[in-house]
Structures are given as C-alpha cells and as structure tokens.
Design a binder for this molecule. Structure first.
Ligand code: BT5
Length: 320
C-alpha cells in the first residue's frame, strides 16, 4: 500500500509542530475520524507519532524515508524527483518492471520486500525498516556493448556516498556487490530492456543493509553484514539515501558525457585483487588469480592456461 498525497500533507504538518486533529481535518478536507484513522495507519507503518489531547507530533521526522522528508533533503536534478514509497511490496524491481510509464529518474522504495530478488533467481533478504531497498528507473539510450561498464556506475556511486559515513574501507566485488571486512552489505540487480542495439530502459535495484542486526542474516550462505554491525552505531537512512541518489546522478552524467574513467576508478577498489578466486558461471568454473578489470570492464583472471577474461559469474575466494 502506498502513502498518498493526503498522508504526505498530514506528515508535513505534524513533522513541523504538534498539530490538532481539528486543524488537520479542516486543512485536509477530511473528518476528524479520518485523520485519526490515517494516524493509526502511519503508526502501523512504523512511524513514531505522539498523540495527545492537544494533537499529533511526528517524532524523528528527519529520519523517515517518507516522500515529504526525502524531498526536503534531496539535492538531485532528476533522480528521485518522482518518488514512489511503499511500506511493503513484493520487490521494488518488479514494480518498476510492471510500470513502463515510470519516468526517467523515478525511484521506487519499500520499507519491506517480501520477495526481494537477487541475480539469477536468488533472493534478497530485506529486514523491514532497517535497510534501504529501492529501484531507480533510467532511460539511458546507450549502446548495449557499454552495459557492463555502465553497470559499474551504481556500486561506485554507493561506495562514494557511504565513504562519508563509515570508517571501514568499502570494496566492490565483481560485478556489483559491496563488501566491508570481507562481508557483503549491499547488492545491485540491473534489469535491462533493449531495442536493437540500444539500451532503452534499465531498472537498477539497490539493496543496502544499513541498520540490520546479525539475526537478520540467519540462513544466508554468504557472510553478510550491515553498516550498523561494522561501525557500531545506527545511521539515518534518509540522509544516506539522498546522498546515494545525488552520487548516482553525478556519476551517471559524468560517465555518459565521457568525463569519468569509471573502469579505472572501480579497478582501484576491486575486492580480492591478487588473490586466488573461483568464478562459477552456469556450468563452467574457473580458478586463477584475479588481476583486475580490462578495458571493457571484463574481469581478468590468470589461470594455469593463461589469462582469461570473464564478463559474468559468481566469485568466491579459494580457501585451500
Ligand atoms: C544481489 O544479487 O546482490 C542483488 C540484490 C539486489 C536487491 C535489491 S533491493 C531493491 C531491488 N528490488 C529487488 O527485488 N532487488 C533489488 P546476488 O549477487 O545474486 O546475491 C544474492 C545473494 O546474496 C543471495 O543468494 C544471498 O546469498 C545473499 N543475500 C541475500 N540477502 C542478503 C542481504 N540482505 N545481505 C547480504 N547478502 C544477502
């Protein structure tokens, strides 16, 4: 269920000061009972609202991901100007895929995903209200051959935005996971639509473990972590989201205009460089030393049979 314009207005009032039910009813053109029902709905959504005889007040308004708050702090030109917020959804990528009318730059975010997706049909575990789970819709009009290079924009932008908040080093694991202390804390799923040799629409699904706790990752087959676990404090998700969207926009534009050598930038922070890795892709498997990215953003691996370049696959560190 979506937060609609009336909810947004209501939140705007109660985030500024304690506001009476009577005033809200008049301003919003609804009954006092309807105001009360909406307040209860918002509380169920997890928003802390103080209710008393004299009115309602939203607590911690600056930390909410609701549209009214995000719009106040967002500094982008087009990414996130259209912002669709869900308390719960199957997957933000599915929503964007099923809505071809969404404009370039639209962001779809959910506090909880009940069927969050990873690559190749895998799952993304989305602990409610703790992480950031969102999709950005882009209409890039670039050549399909550039897709791998283009896809580096997103993990790199997330890394740069988060560097301001964390002390630990962030690495990019090919093709676009983010790691800290050898554990995964963010993943990106790109779903593309192609016409001829042009990339016409891309849905960039970004999942980041922000304030997630260790028990949220029980049963996962990869070592997972969150910013809170590694940094020992909780974070303001709204500020982080606004910063990420700004970095994505800046880097996206710089790459499109040819002003950034994204491959070298990512190469510098590539996880497991110089280490022996295994790369699995469908039925094939390869072992060798990870050298880095090549000119087309493929991954260079030095195997016993010489250097190989791979363009997709799942990497693990060889431990024996
Ligand atoms: C990814 O796939 O890492 C891409 C994840 C993209 C999630 C976002 S959330 C918003 C948008 N809407 C969606 O439905 N999806 C996107 P992949 O590289 O295939 O990794 C998936 C694997 O990561 C799983 O098989 C687990 O082992 C692990 N995993 C699942 N949830 C995790 C989590 N919360 N933190 C760390 N690892 C996780």
């Amino acid at each position: 269920m979506k937060i609609n314009k009336i909810d947004e207005k209501l939140l705007d009032y109660i985030s500024q000061e304690k506001t009476s039910g009577e005033f809200l009813a008049k301003e919003l053109g609804i009954s006092r009972t309807a105001v009360w029902k909406r307040i209860n709905k918002l509380k169920k959504y997890g928003y802390e609202i103080e209710s008393s005889k004299s009115g309602y007040k939203l607590l911690k308004p600056d930390e909410s991901l609701l549209p009214n708050n995000l719009k106040k702090i967002l500094k982008t030109r087009f990414i996130g100007k259209e912002y669709i917020y869900f308390q719960e959804i199957d997957s933000t990528n599915n929503y964007a895929k099923n809505h071809p009318e969404l404009k370039h730059g639209t962001v779809v975010l959910a506090e909880n995903q009940i069927a969050g997706k990873g690559r190749k049909g895998r799952k993304w575990v989305s602990a409610p209200q703790k992480g950031l789970y969102f999709s950005i819709v882009l209409h890039p009009q670039i050549d399909v051959s550039q897709i791998l290079k283009f896809s580096l924009t997103f993990p790199y932008a997330v890394k740069l935005a988060l560097d301001k908040y964390v002390k630990n080093d962030i690495y990019i694991k090919f093709p676009n996971d983010l790691y800290m202390n050898n554990k995964k804390f963010a993943g990106i799923l790109l779903e593309s639509e192609i016409e001829g040799d042009q990339l016409t629409r891309v849905i960039v699904g970004i999942g980041i473990n922000v304030n997630n706790d260790p028990e949220d990752f029980e049963g996962l087959e990869v070592p997972a972590t969150s910013l809170k676990i590694e940094e020992g404090k909780t974070f303001n998700r709204a500020k982080i989201l606004a910063d990420i969207l700004k970095y994505v926009e800046d880097i996206y534009l710089q790459c499109l205009e040819g002003h950034m050598d994204i491959i070298s930038k990512v190469n510098e922070i590539l996880l497991w460089k110089g280490k022996t890795v295994k790369v699995k892709d469908n039925n094939s498997e390869l072992t060798g030393i990870l050298i880095g990215l090549d000119q087309s953003a493929g991954l260079r691996i030095m195997t016993e049979d010489g250097e190989k370049v791979i363009y997709s696959g799942d990497l693990t560190l060889r431990t024996n």
